[in-house]
Design a protein around this ligand. Structure first.
Ligand code: GDP
Ligand code: MN
Length: 386
């Protein structure tokens, strides 16, 4: 689960990490007042969206007056933000953070993630923080220093001191930054994060160290024990079809192609996408209805797939183990009745009660339904159909 910068800043502040004062607004009319309330000479106006790359997109702006704050807020609320991390249509801005601006002498990077290869959290630090961090990571990976730590023991003070020194900090700034690293690493573990990032962590000309941007993602599987985090969920930032699928326990991810996929099991869904690509097609989604799918769940899955205007054909690929093919066939017929098939639906069924299922489909005699003999045949048919 992702949260907004303003929510992540609050968590950092709560953990004792220095963060400049800020306010959140949800309409341009509130901008001037928020600017005045901050009482700072300059402020920074920042779009609150789950996508990054805001600085480069023009959605992080320094302003020196209430009027200027209002102008930028008006623009950001009106025009969806298009950045390297959004699609071409961009994302709508619903909230804006107005923070007291800080003078920057140097920008650092701090981030904690899980190193899956080593199966342990890792904290990364760099003296080349800021909006170019992706380029730094790609071109000069040596500029990113790392320290791995045990999830139960946490980051050790000696590791934090060594890391602060490795990115060129010394004296008071090294001490302050090492302390921030320890707090960030602790927060990462305590809140079940999958990412806790400060980019940039800045040093001011007077030697202060502050976090001026924050990004935190959380492990969905841990939300049951993180009630305060779960409450931060912002539905408006999610893909509506993905939300709807989640409500029905379906695992659905929207993609860019035109072949809708309905599959049981994540592994089979992955191989279905592979075989579609092998035959020259592009999947419109990943949809795993799960091993023990019910008729209602499958009908809902069809509705979600067919509601996507990009979908020009559907491939149903079911291997009946625990799931029964006749349940899926039944759902297919119900979906045909309830939503109607406007595009070809290629069906490959195999496994438990497949004979009953095939008979059901045959008797229903729906012209858009195309039975397939095996997976290759199914992929060929669906690619030909689009
Ligand atoms: P991102 O592009 O989405 O990561 O947004 P950030 O909050 O990191 O802002 C992007 C860049 O804007 C930062 O790297 C800074 O260079 C600049 N910036 C953000 N806040 C301030 C501020 O308070 N003062 C100054 N001088 N620059 C800022
Ligand atoms: Mn940033």
């Amino acid at each position: 689960m992702k949260v907004h910068e303003y929510q992540a800043r609050a968590l950092l502040a709560e953990a004792g990490i220095p963060v400049p004062a800020s306010r959140v607004i949800d309409a341009p009319e509130q901008a001037a007042k928020a600017f005045r309330q901050l009482g700072a000479e300059t402020a920074v106006v920042k779009a609150q969206v789950h996508a990054g790359g805001r600085g480069k997109a023009g959605y992080v702006k320094l302003v020196a007056s209430a009027n200027e704050a209002k102008q930028h807020a008006t623009r950001m609320f009106a025009q969806p933000m298009v950045s390297a991390q959004t699609g071409p249509a961009g994302v709508k801005v619903r909230k804006i953070l107005m923070a007291a601006a800080v003078d920057i002498a140097k920008e650092y990077y701090l981030g904690v993630v899980v190193d899956r290869a080593r199966r342990t959290p890792v904290i990364m630090a760099s003296s080349q923080g800021g909006v170019e961090i992706e380029e730094v990571a790609a071109r000069n990976p040596g500029a990113i220093k790392k320290a791995w730590f045990h999830p139960h023991l946490g980051l050790q003070p000696f590791q934090a001191r060594a890391l602060a020194a490795a990115i060129g900090l010394y004296r008071l700034q090294a001490k302050t930054t090492a302390d921030i690293m320890l707090k960030l690493a602790r927060l990462f573990i305590e809140k079940d994060c999958s990412l806790a990032e400060i980019n940039p962590l800045v040093q001011t000309p007077t030697g202060e160290i502050l976090a001026i941007d924050a990004k935190m993602n959380f492990d969905d599987n841990a939300l049951f024990r993180q009630a305060d985090i779960a409450e931060l969920f912002d539905e408006s930032e999610e893909n509506p079809a993905e939300l709807r699928a989640k409500e029905h326990n379906l695992s659905y991810i929207a993609l860019d192609g035109n072949i809708g996929c309905l599959v049981n099991g994540a592994g089979l869904a992955m191989s279905t996408m592979d075989i579609i690509k092998l035959h020259g097609g592009e999947p419109a989604n990943f949809l795993d209805v799960g091993g023990s799918v019910t008729c209602e769940g499958a009908v809902e899955a069809f509705k979600i797939i067919l509601a996507d205007a990009k979908v020009k054909a559907v491939l149903v690929n079911i291997f009946g183990g625990i799931a029964r093919c006749d349940v899926i066939a039944d759902a297919l017929l119900r979906a045909a009745q309830e939503v109607g098939f406007t595009v070809p639906v290629v069906v490959r069924l195999e496994g438990t009660r497949v004979d009953v299922a095939r008979q059901l489909l045959k008797e229903a005699n729906i012209p858009q339904l195309q039975p397939a003999t095996d997976l290759t045949d199914a992929a060929r048919q669906v690619c030909a159909a689009v």
